[in-house]
Design a protein around this ligand. Structure first.
Ligand code: ADE
Length: 420
C-alpha cells in the first residue's frame, strides 16, 4: 500500500507589542496570571515593533518544537504549555480541500506543531517582547486550529502565557480588566478605542544602555505583593479611579489629562518598587535625566507636550501630543543624548525616520549644532550624555494582530515545516 501523502498546514501572523500607561504590577494568582488591578495600554505600530510567528501542523511531526529568532528553544515552560493546552482544548475541524488536508476536532490531541517566531526588535532590549511573542503564539495557533473564540477570549488564553500579552490581542488603546473570578474567566483585554481614534500621537522610545541585570518582572512583582503597603493602596484605592479618568481622557483626546495620569502612574509604579523590601530599582540615571528634561519642558509650556512612562527597566517611552511636538522632543533628546562616537545617525533613530526631517536634522553636523532648549536656564541642566542612549525608535499607536496570507512571509518551509 502506498504511504499516505503527507501535508503541512501553515499559518503566519504578526502581532504588536504594547506599553502600559496604567501599569500592571502584582498578581493575585501566579498560575493563572490574574492581576491585582486593571491596566491600560497603547498598542505600538507593528511596522516598527512586532513579532511574526509561523505555526505549522503535519502528521509527519513527532513532537512540538519552537524556534525563536532562528534558534531552537524549549517549549517545556509553563507559559508555553498553558497556552498550547488551552488552545488544543478549543480546536475545531479544519479542511483545506486543495491541499488534501482534513483534520477532525478529535485529531488535534495527537498532532504536533512547529512554531517559528521572530521579533523585529532586539529581544533583550526590554521592549515587552514576551507580550508580543505570547500574543502572536496564541493568535496564530488559534487560526491554525480554527478556534471560534473572539479576541477577548483569546486574550484570556494569552494572559496565561504572559500577563501583558493579553493586551497585544487588540490595536489602539486596550484595557485589561482584572476580573474577580477565581478561575480567571473574567480577566481579559478589551479595546478602548482603535488606533485611528487618536492618530496624532507620536511615540518615541529611548532604549537606554544598561549594564546591570534587572530583577525579572515575575519575581519583582511577587516581592512587591508580599512587602509593599503602597502597592496595596495603589491597587485598591488609586488605580480604580485612575482607570476611569484615563479612559475618559483617551476617549476625549484630552492630552493634558492623559499625560498627567500616565506620568503619575509610571512614577507610582516605580515608587512601589522602591517600597518593596528589598527595594527594586528599574530606572537608572539616564531614565531620571529624561524625566527631568520632559518635566522641565512641560512646565515651561502652558500645557503638557509629552508624557513619559517606564516599565520594569530603564527605557523611556515618550508620547508626544502630535508630530510637531515629537520633532521638538527629538531635538531635545539628541541635544542631551547624542549618539556615541562610533554610532551613525541612521542606526541611532529607528522606526519612522521621517521624524528626523521634521526635526530639521540630516546629519551629525546638525546634531552637534543643536541649540540648548529655551526652557533651560542654568548651565548644569545643559549637559550632554553621549552614548547613554543606545538608540531611539519613533513609532505611533498601531493595529492588533493580523494573519499574513502571503506564503513568502512564512518562517517555516511549507514542504518540510522546518525553519526556512
Ligand atoms: N519571548 C520573547 N520573544 C518571544 C517570542 N517571539 N515568542 C515567544 N516568547 C518570546
Amino acid at each position: 500500500m502506498a504511504a499516505e501523502k503527507s501535508w503541512v498546514r501553515l499559518v503566519t501572523a504578526q502581532t504588536p507589542t504594547n506599553i502600559a500607561v496604567i501599569k500592571y504590577w502584582g498578581k493575585r494568582d501566579e498560575t493563572l496570571i490574574l492581576p491585582i488591578n486593571d491596566s491600560l495600554s497603547v498598542t505600538l505600530d507593528p511596522n516598527h515593533l512586532c513579532t511574526t510567528t509561523t505555526v505549522a501542523v503535519s502528521p509527519a511531526f513527532h513532537q512540538d518544537r519552537m524556534w525563536l529568532n532562528g534558534k531552537e528553544i524549549s517549549l517545556a515552560g509553563d507559559r508555553f504549555q498553558n497556552c498550547l493546552r488551552e488552545i488544543r482544548k478549543r480546536a475545531n475541524d479544519v479542511e483545506e480541500e486543495e491541499k488534501g488536508i482534513k483534520i477532525a476536532k478529535k485529531d488535534w490531541e495527537n498532532l504536533h506543531v512547529h512554531i517559528a517566531s521572530y521579533n523585529n526588535f532586539p529581544t533583550a532590549a526590554g521592549l515587552a517582547s514576551s507580550a508580543a511573542g505570547l500574543a502572536c503564539l496564541v493568535f496564530s495557533l488559534a487560526k491554525l486550529m480554527n478556534l471560534k473564540e473572539d479576541q477577548a477570549q483569546l486574550s484570556a488564553i494569552a494572559r496565561q502565557g504572559s500577563g501583558s500579552a493579553c493586551r497585544s490581542l487588540h490595536g489602539g488603546f486596550v484595557k485589561w480588566i482584572m476580573g474577580n473570578n477565581d478561575d480567571g474567566s473574567d480577566s481579559f483585554a478589551v479595546q478602548v478605542t482603535d488606533e485611528k481614534h487618536w492618530d496624532d500621537l507620536v511615540i518615541l522610545i529611548a532604549v537606554v544602555s544598561s549594564r546591570q541585570k534587572e530583577t525579572s518582572s515575575t519575581s519583582g512583582m511577587r516581592e512587591s505583593v508580599e512587602t509593599s503597603l503602597l502597592l496595596k493602596h495603589r491597587a485598591q484605592e488609586i488605580v480604580p479611579k485612575r482607570m476611569i479618568q484615563m479612559e475618559e481622557a483617551i476617549k476625549n483626546k484630552d492630552f493634558p489629562s492623559f499625560a498627567r495620569l500616565a506620568c503619575a502612574d509610571s512614577n507610582q509604579f516605580h515608587a512601589t518598587c522602591l517600597d518593596t523590601t528589598p527595594p527594586i530599582f528599574y530606572m537608572n540615571d539616564t531614565s531620571h535625566k529624561i524625566i527631568s528634561i520632559v518635566e522641565k519642558w512641560n512646565r515651561a509650556e502652558t500645557t503638557p507636550q509629552v508624557a513619559y512612562t517606564f516599565d520594569a527597566g530603564p527605557n523611556a517611552v515618550l508620547i508626544a501630543r502630535d508630530r510637531k511636538t515629537a520633532s521638538l522632543l527629538l531635538r531635545r533628546m539628541l541635544f542631551h543624548f547624542p549618539p556615541g562616537a562610533d554610532v551613525d545617525l541612521n542606526s541611532y533613530v529607528l522606526g519612522d525616520k521621517s521624524i528626523l526631517q521634521d526635526a530639521g536634522i540630516k546629519d551629525m553636523e546638525d546634531v552637534k549644532s543643536l541649540p540648548s532648549p529655551p526652557e533651560i536656564k542654568d548651565v548644569n541642566s545643559n549637559q550632554k550624555y553621549a552614548g547613554d542612549v543606545s538608540y531611539f525608535i519613533c513609532t505611533r499607536p498601531g493595529q492588533g494582530p493580523i494573519v499574513l496570507s502571503d506564503e513568502s512571509q512564512a518562517l517555516l518551509n511549507p514542504e518540510t515545516g522546518l525553519p526556512k
